[in-house]
Design a protein around this ligand. Structure first.
Ligand SMILES: Nc1ncnc2c1ncn2[C@@H]1O[C@H](COP(=O)(O)OP(=O)(O)O)[C@@H](O)[C@H]1O
Ligand SMILES: [Mg+2]
Length: 429
């Protein structure tokens, strides 16, 4: 046991045998039965004044017991000893079948550890079945075994059932980093709100997020939480677009966290995000790629609940959040009306929705942007044309450019449909 545990970082060899005592009880159990084991445990707990006793291998006790009654009696007496000595006892055993075993009804708490397969990926879970006198979180919680030992990630939606603090007062709207976008959104984003930014790849979502973070300073720290780009790639993009992000990162006004969505635990990502927000009292949060969360779970049902819980928590913490979601490239290019928004559950939660689209016109792709909704604000709902320049996103002052492109694209679209119609008629004839 020492050989294996010695590799874990929390292990301190100096604790043995000054603070931790290892006793092998196998022979005593073989020779003296349950009575002998009880005596041994009492003596050891007393002589060391132990406050915690871990009995590993309860199953051997059960096997040695002559009858279920004798086994019950053993647990009962052990509990009585523990109460007298003010010692907490952990009884470790394999998963009994049937799952509600005799000891479950007698002890104060029951916890089960399990490993479950999702496709080929395995995830560990911890579930508390019973814990007398506490309001424990029910359901399965993910955990990992790392060099640090056991790390548990309580179910996010259960942990944040209610926000952890009182809501922060709203105050005036917050600047988005693009003056024109502020005007389109009715004066900026409402403070402590959540904005969903959706659009196809390469349209400028990450860039808009970088504009948003460029407004960070000492009093208004920011966090870039992304699933796609490494911190180096994000910094390089900001540099190429002439945004002062590197300086802000150096002065610790902005932190860039990368959360690869390859192999991970959904709740771990949520905890990492919330930890980073709380640690630096983040005010501006940019989450790049909501799909990243989706890829970390097979249980899509949970996502809506988790996003709702996180959104409430962030709002209470005084964070204004912008998150991006990848939209369908084809649907957007065809010039058809805005197709279904991705991640339905999330669009209902978002208080602000921004749509970025390509418009295809005579072999050219144009970019347009519109604000669909902003909580409690009068917005300018028109599409505006924008371009990517060496200083990032530049939005047209008036909507006429977008109007013209969209009208021409619609015309071109109808015209080509007409063409299809004619050909099919010709085919019928
Ligand atoms: N490092 C860069 N240098 C120059 N232009 C860039 C750079 N990164 C992105 N761009 C331009 O900005 C556009 C939008 O990029 P990005 O904001 O990453 O889009 P999205 O996040 O929507 O996929 C790209 O299509 C490209 O034209
Ligand atoms: Mg991007």
């Amino acid at each position: 046991m020492l050989l294996h545990i010695g590799k874990l970082r929390f292990f301190d060899a100096n604790m043995i045998p000054s603070r931790i005592f290892l006793v092998s009880a196998f022979r005593v159990l073989e020779e003296g039965g349950l009575r002998g084991l009880l005596d041994l445990l009492r003596r050891e707990v007393q002589s060391h004044e132990a406050s915690i006793l871990v009995l590993d291998g309860l199953v051997s006790v059960e096997e040695t017991a002559g009858s279920p009654r004798e086994y019950k009696k053993f647990i009962h007496e052990l509990q009585a000893q523990a109460a007298l000595a003010a010692c907490t006892i952990f009884l470790l055993t394999g998963t009994p079948s049937p799952p509600i075993a005799v000891e479950h009804t007698m002890v104060d708490g029951v916890m089960q550890l399990q490993s479950e397969l999702y496709g080929r990926r395995a995830e560990r879970h911890l579930e508390v079945y019973k814990m007398r006198g506490t309001g424990y979180l029910r359901g399965q919680h993910s955990f990992r075994i790392t060099d640090e030992g056991l790390v548990v990630y309580p179910r996010t939606e259960a942990l944040l059932r209610l926000p952890s603090t009182h809501p922060t007062p709203n105050g005036p709207p917050i600047e988005t980093g693009l003056a024109k976008l502020d005007r389109m959104a009715g004066g900026g984003f409402p403070r402590n709100s959540t904005a969903l930014l959706t659009g196809p790849p390469g349209i400028g979502k990450t860039t808009l997020g970088l504009h948003f973070l460029s407004r960070c300073d000492e009093d208004c720290p920011g966090l870039h939480f992304g699933f796609y780009e490494t911190p180096q790639a994000v910094a390089a993009k900001a540099n190429a677009l002439g945004m002062p992000l590197s300086g802000l990162v150096e002065r610790e006004h902005v932190e860039i966290l990368w959360q690869p969505a390859t192999e991970g635990i959904l709740d771990e990502a949520c905890h990492r995000l919330l930890d980073a927000v709380r640690r630096r009292r983040v005010r501006r949060l940019f989450i790049d790629g909501l799909e990243g969360f989706e890829r970390l779970t097979t249980d899509r049902e949970r996502l809506g609940h988790i996003f709702a819980a996180i959104t409430n928590e962030l709002s209470a913490l005084g964070v204004t959040t912008v998150y991006t979601s990848e939209a369908d490239l084809i649907g957007s290019v065809s010039g058809l009306p805005i197709s279904q928004l991705p991640l339905q559950g999330v669009s209902c939660i978002a208080e602000i929705i921004l749509v970025m689209r390509y418009v295809e016109l005579r072999a050219q792709l144009h970019r347009v942007l519109a604000v669909l909704k902003v909580r409690d604000s009068l917005i300018d709902p028109a599409f505006h044309r924008f371009t990517m320049t060496s200083t990032g996103i530049t939005i047209d002052e008036d909507a006429s450019g977008a109007e013209q492109i969209l009208a021409d694209a619609a015309h071109q679209h109808n015209f080509s449909n007409l063409g299809v119609l004619r050909t099919s008629r010709a085919g019928q004839n």
